[in-house]
Each structure stands twice: as C-alpha cells, then as structure tokens.
Write a protein that binds this ligand. Structure first.
Ligand code: OAD
Length: 233
C-alpha cells in the first residue's frame, strides 16, 4: 500500500510558523503579488529578500511538532510492513526533515536553500540573502534568490508527484486550505484514479466535500491519532 500525504501550512502552525489564509495569516499582512512573484523580485529585490530573510529567521528558531513527528513515524512503520509513504509538502520549511522524515518532496521549494539565477547552482543557505551577496559558486552578485516557487512559476518534482498519485491507495491532505493549484487539484486527481481521500485540518476546508473522510482538530493531535489508526490496521 502507498499513502500519498500532502501537507500545508497548518501542519507547521503549532511550531509557530504562520499560515497564509487564516485570520492574521501571512497574506493578510503581506501582499503576495509584491513579495512572491518573479516580477516582484525583478522590481523590488530588497523587499523580497527582507520578507524571506524574516521567514528564514523564524524557521531557524522553530521546532517540529507532534504532527511532523507522527508523519516521520508513519514512514518507518509503513516501510516495516512493506508499505510506502509519499510525503509531499507545499511548505518551504524543513520541519518534516528535522522530525526524521527521510524523503520529502518540497513542491514549493525550500527556504534553507538559495539558487543562483546566473549560474543555476542550488546550495544550502541559512544566512540572510541580499542583492550584494555574491554567489559562492560563480562569484557574481545580484543573482542569488531563495530556492522557493513563486506565483507564476512551475512547482517542483511534478512528474514524481503525478506518478505517486497514480500509484497511491490513499490520499491524505493535512493542514492545507486547498486554495493553490496544482496542489489543490490533487484530491480530484486522486478521485479520478479511484483512490480514497481523507482531509485532516483544523476545520473543514473549502474542498471538504471532495474528501471521503475528514478528521478535524489541531494537527498536533489529529495527525498522531490518524497515524496510530493506520499503523494498527
Ligand atoms: P493556508 O494558509 O492557505 O491554509 C492553511 C490551512 O491549515 C487552513 O485550512 C487552516 O484551517 C489549517 N490550519 C491552521 N492551523 C492548523 C492546525 N493547528 N492544525 C491543522 N490545520 C490547521 O496554507 P496552504 O494551504 O499551505 O504558496 O497554502 C498553500 C500555498 O499558498 C503555500 O504553499 C504558499 C501560499 O501562497 C506559495 O507561497 C507559492
């Protein structure tokens, strides 16, 4: 059996990283069109860098929570009985990895990586980024950007994601409002393949009626309970 899990900002909310569309979410305080598009970066790179520098600093002081740990436990538990977890996240944080998950597909990129638009190199990055910072690989300044996917850009690893969705036996969306495509369309894709679908979220999302089952509550409680249920079967 393969379980396809898609996580969103709700899984990291209790680690102190803000969600986007909840009351007081990031997009109620910041305009995504001015901070999370290639055009914004071309026009105002300092503002875009400042936004991601702030988020990177928040991430470095955050810790994984019980939901991240439960998903790492699920990966091991499934492998022990010959089953598989495909963990795909829209989150750019590294909390799944820090909780112990071995294989995480970051479809929206990773905040703790930088990419040089001049030479194409992608590298681990924990410090602040700025237009004056030279690329450690090609030495040119001005080309480094956060290795994240902005609105209008293609999400990463879509071929592997499509294959995994086709092969999965169960699709579970955790802590995502289902507002941003293509991830928002995974549930209908799963249904087209005849796969059962579950939603785990603080409250029913706008897509809730597309799921066969829902479990509602804080991820730190709902995810460990669901993992226990799966591993007992
Ligand atoms: P959203 O902020 O849109 O949705 C977060 C979801 O998590 C909501 O449905 C909340 O109800 C739920 N939630 C909040 N706290 C929770 C908790 N403690 N436990 C469980 N659920 C909780 O975030 P995403 O769906 O991840 O993309 O957003 C998708 C994409 O939109 C992001 O990857 C980002 C953003 O714009 C880019 O920046 C390209």
């Amino acid at each position: 059996m393969t379980i396809f899990v898609l996580t969103g900002a709700g899984v990291s909310a209790e680690s102190g990283l803000g969600t986007f569309r909840d009351k007081d979410g990031l997009w109620s305080r910041f305009d995504p069109m001015k901070l999370a598009t290639p055009e914004a970066f071309a026009h105002s790179p300092d503002e875009v860098h400042a936004f991601y520098n702030m988020r990177r600093q928040n991430l470095l002081s955050a810790e994984p929570n019980a939901a991240h740990r439960a998903l790492a436990h699920l990966e091991v538990g499934l492998a022990e009985r010959g089953d598989r977890l495909f963990l795909c996240t829209q989150n750019i944080d590294d909390l799944h990895e820090r909780a112990g998950s071995q294989r995480v597909v970051h479809m929206h990129g990773e905040l703790l990586k930088a990419r040089c638009t001049a030479c194409g190199e992608t590298m681990p990055w924990r410090q602040d980024l700025g237009v004056e910072v030279p690329c450690p690989s090609c030495r040119r300044s001005g080309g480094l950007r956060p290795h994240v996917v902005w609105f209008g850009e293609m999400p990463l690893e879509m071929d592997a994601i499509d294959d995994a969705l086709r092969e999965a036996d169960l699709f579970v969306a955790i802590g995502t409002s289902g507002s941003v495509y293509p991830a928002a369309g995974f549930v209908s894709e799963a249904r087209r393949h005849g796969i059962r679908t579950w939603e785990i979220n603080l409250e029913p999302s706008d897509n809730a009626r597309q799921f066969d089952e829902g479990r509602y509550g804080p991820a730190s409680e709902a995810v460990p309970a669901w993992v226990e249920h799966i591993l007992m079967r």
